[in-house]
Design a protein around this ligand. Sequence first.
Ligand SMILES: Nc1ncnc2c1ncn2[C@@H]1O[C@H](COP(=O)(O)OP(=O)(O)OP(=O)(O)O)[C@@H](O)[C@H]1O
Ligand SMILES: [Mg+2]
Length: 427
Amino acid sequence: MKLYEYEAKKVFDRMKIPIPKQYGVIHSLKDLDKLNIDFPVMLKSMVLSGGRGKAGGIKKANDLHEAKKLSEELFKLKIKGFPVESVLAEKAVDEISALYIGVTMDPADFNNVVIASSKGGVDIETVASKTPDAILKKEIPGNDKTLPKKIAEDLSTKLVKNLSGKKSLQKEIEDVISKLYETYQKFDARLCEINPLIITSKGLVAADAKLVLDDNSLYRQVELLEMLGIKEKRHDVSERTKNELKAQTSGFPYVDLLTEDHIKDKKKLYVGLVPGGAGYGIFSIDEVKTIGKRYFQDRVIPINFMDSGGGPPQNRVADMFHLLMDNETVDIIITSRFGGISSCDVFIRGMVQAILDRFESKRRMIPIYGRMVGTDLPSARAFLEKTYAENPEAMKNVKIVVGNQKIMADVIREGIKEAFESRGWKV
Ligand SMILES: Nc1ncnc2c1ncn2[C@@H]1O[C@H](COP(=O)(O)OP(=O)(O)OP(=O)(O)O)[C@@H](O)[C@H]1O
Ligand SMILES: [Mg+2]
């Protein structure tokens, strides 16, 4: 569960991590009159999404008149689909430098990890991708409740080295790193982050605060939730991609495995997956990746996870295919229907509906390879055969194996092979 910045700052304050003076959270312009502000003030959009600064959601005002004008602008803003309904007013501090410090868990080995950089701020993602050496990362094996002193000392010493003339800060940074780690542990967080940790002429200040709690541990955090006045578990809103939002509207779970700004590598084959269920979805990702590695020089990229849910209606199945065919990155679709609760007949009708719709309206079409077995197979087979006979042109790049004569791994491998050959790529 994500906390709002003002909530995370309450937690930081309790843990004695220095934060800017908090004037309050406003819900309307009138609320500003009630706050006793010592200008300049930072006005910060309270949405559960990152990248607020870049979206124009963080403003600095020098007097009340300006604060009202800027707040009015903020209240009209939507950040990554989230409307700004409240704004935090806090003291604007002077920035000499900005650090990044975060604690999270490495999902690969379940070790806690402390990440730090002397290049903090709104561009930390660019720093991480362009100059990864500027990011320090320290794995903390074991599940110590406090950070071993040596690690905090090492990290802070390295950070200070990059800040010439700021040696006196080392102890202060060490202290904040230790307290941040302690906060992460104490409140069962999945992520605990300060970006930026601002260096001012008077010392350090956590100008931003991010705290994501582990939903599975909320039952242990009754006191924390009470302190923050959170009565019910907040429905976890995460940042969704455009495809994920579309899928949500159509009523099926979907996850993009590539970032929205991914630049297509012309030497690779991008595979969209329409699996039968969540398990098959995960299997397909692994299988496409493994087959690509083993037989196709690791040039095959699965682009998505999705799940139709049990017994999906025909329109939903059609939407699943539309979503992938609308995605210019996707080169081919691999699909599998293992009909248990779900009907092969409904599945094939949904798929055909999408194909014929697109064929008639001349929308983008890409080859589909797949297999189906299970419930309602005979009627599904009959319908598919009829469709092939009546619409040979629309169906010419659709290859569905009906029945068990081929295992999915072979279907995937043959589909990829054909796609490679049609591009003149070596297999
Ligand atoms: N209290 C403050 N005083 C001075 N500058 C601030 C303050 N709060 C934020 N800033 C400046 O605004 C920038 C953006 O603020 P912040 O980090 O809170 O938002 P963000 O990083 O865009 O949001 P998110 O971290 O959610 O992506 C900071 O990098 C910092 O330079
Ligand atoms: Mg930030």
